[in-house]
Design a protein around this ligand. Sequence first.
Ligand SMILES: *[C@@H]1O[C@H](CO)[C@@H](O)[C@H](O)[C@H]1NC(C)=O
Ligand SMILES: *[C@@H]1O[C@H](CO)[C@@H](O)[C@H](O)[C@H]1NC(C)=O
Ligand SMILES: *[C@@H]1O[C@H](CO)[C@@H](O)[C@H](O)[C@H]1NC(C)=O
Ligand SMILES: *[C@@H]1O[C@H](CO)[C@@H](O)[C@H](O)[C@H]1NC(C)=O
Ligand SMILES: *[C@@H]1O[C@H](CO)[C@@H](O)[C@H](O)[C@H]1NC(C)=O
Ligand SMILES: *[C@@H]1O[C@H](CO)[C@@H](O)[C@H](O)[C@H]1NC(C)=O
Ligand SMILES: *[C@@H]1O[C@H](CO)[C@@H](O)[C@H](O)[C@H]1NC(C)=O
Length: 528
Amino acid sequence: MREDKHVAQATEDHHHQRQQNLATSLSSKLAKTWITTKIYIFVLFIFLLCASLSWIFTFVLGESRFQVTSVFTRNTNKSATTTTNIPKIIIKIPLNCTLLNNNTTQTCPSNYPTKFEPAISSSETCPDYFRWIHRDFKVWQKTGITRDTLEKARPHAHFRVVIKSGRLYVHQYEKAFQTRDVFTIWGILQLLRMYPGQIPDLELLFLCHDKPAIWKRDFKKDTWPPPPLFHYCGHRDAYDIVFPDWSFWGWPELNIKEWNKLSVALKEGNKRVKWEDRIPYAYWKGNPNVSPVRGELMRCNFSDKYDPMVRLYVQDWRSEIEKGFRGSNLEDQCTHRYKIYVEGNAWSVSEKYILSCDSMTLLVKPEYYDFFIRSMVPMKHYWPIRRNNKCRDLKFAVEWGNNNTEKAQVIGRQGSDYMMQNLEMKYVYDYMLYVLQGYGKLMKLDVTVPENATEVCSETMACPITDGGLIRQCMDDSLVMSPSIKAACNLPKPYGDNELKRILKKQESVKRRVRKWTDEYWNVRSGK
Ligand SMILES: *[C@@H]1O[C@H](CO)[C@@H](O)[C@H](O)[C@H]1NC(C)=O
Ligand SMILES: *[C@@H]1O[C@H](CO)[C@@H](O)[C@H](O)[C@H]1NC(C)=O
Ligand SMILES: *[C@@H]1O[C@H](CO)[C@@H](O)[C@H](O)[C@H]1NC(C)=O
Ligand SMILES: *[C@@H]1O[C@H](CO)[C@@H](O)[C@H](O)[C@H]1NC(C)=O
Ligand SMILES: *[C@@H]1O[C@H](CO)[C@@H](O)[C@H](O)[C@H]1NC(C)=O
Ligand SMILES: *[C@@H]1O[C@H](CO)[C@@H](O)[C@H](O)[C@H]1NC(C)=O
Ligand SMILES: *[C@@H]1O[C@H](CO)[C@@H](O)[C@H](O)[C@H]1NC(C)=O
């Protein structure tokens, strides 16, 4: 860190040197009269302005966050009147895998920062999907969450997380599929490293299966309020609290990298094949056996009357694993102009990868939603496909896209931009932060660490894994190294009831229009 500061300083000195050299040579030529001297002063002033602007662009607006801090630190040092709690040096908290006293049990460091004031306050508003957070908690607004209410969720949960004074404790009830639970807990730990002191004390219960579990029909007056259960997806008939899924921190079993790295790889991959040069068909690859809607989709592959315009492939994970995933690199799958998203058993992790391809996404109407899809707009970010008319809708959409390549490209690009901008890891953490803060406010119970819970930190999770495998790799890649020097984005106002109705109505009318086009096309074809 100090080195960065020196680099910044040295570069600035270099600028000054250049300015002075230029000044000397300029002056020998121009300083003949008073007027030219004035011109020279003016020129020098402009030059200094440019130099400092370029310096600001390089270091303040540049990509490296650490350099940003070094600049900031120096500025505040100069006017050190109101900056008492702004750290002078950015804190780095690398994994400390040192074992104490030859004890083979990894312990959690006691010197984690417990408070960190982000030096840069946020001027940006969070993406629209944050506006749903408030609605997800609405059912508990009046009653709060009591011990009784919380414990009703216990039979559905894979684990309990207790956060107390910034430390995290886990009581695991049931092992989850693969490493879903591991990376979900890892994600919350990274949030704690990112925003020390900002996560309130709380107890939460987490479900790691595919489907939500707290169905509205089961909770009427006598069983009110429903228990709060954290889960990866929601449903209009369920009360589960939507939280980012494990794949943002990696899915090692399927060789899927954590989202920071993967989104960059996808961005690079998109540059490899230009949209016009992509195969003008709709692509889908996955496991068709997890849901009926996927099974039906597979039947769109063939028609003896017309070209169905789809390319569907069965993903055989077992053989992929044996082949070392050579055929399943996500960033190599952006080769078609259109990509189909269809749910699996519930929401599918594949959604963000499909939407990131710069291809127009053909979105088969989902039943379940994850935290970010709720603010996506049909015909802006994706093309809507009916569940019960998939094959015909798909063929029409592809043909339309091939007839209107520019418009199809725009939808594709807007979908990907939504992913790349609104789903940056910083926003994912900000979303988690606001969810946990909102949840913490509802706690009407004494947050206690249960007797069988163990303290968990990045060290206890990562350090014992020394096999050089992908699990540790995903952890190392997604480790939050420093508290965020930038504050969380500003939480936008929650949707008002009428506003939300208006938005949903508008979306419905867009979908209706698409249905009309499609039906007209097929009516003409069938000779009506
Ligand atoms: C600026 O920082 C330097 C080194 O950290 C310190 O010695 C100096 O007192 C600071 N100046 C002010 C005004 O805080
Ligand atoms: C790492 O942990 C060990 C044991 O807890 C401690 O002695 C050491 O100071 C820590 N190192 C750092 C850099 O915090
Ligand atoms: C740890 O164990 C090693 C070998 O067993 C020994 O040489 C060393 O002194 C021990 N260190 C401590 C701090 O007990
Ligand atoms: C190692 O440390 C843990 C936690 O501090 C303690 O419970 C355990 O008894 C220690 N084991 C040994 C062999 O010292
Ligand atoms: C679908 O069609 C493509 C191209 O014709 C073919 O390669 C693929 O194997 C088919 N998929 C299935 C599941 O039949
Ligand atoms: C695409 O253009 C062809 C040729 O003009 C036309 O026959 C077809 O109906 C068009 N399809 C759509 C979906 O617009
Ligand atoms: C803690 O674990 C012990 C032994 O496994 C068990 O008897 C006890 O009921 C557990 N306590 C709780 C609160 O789950």
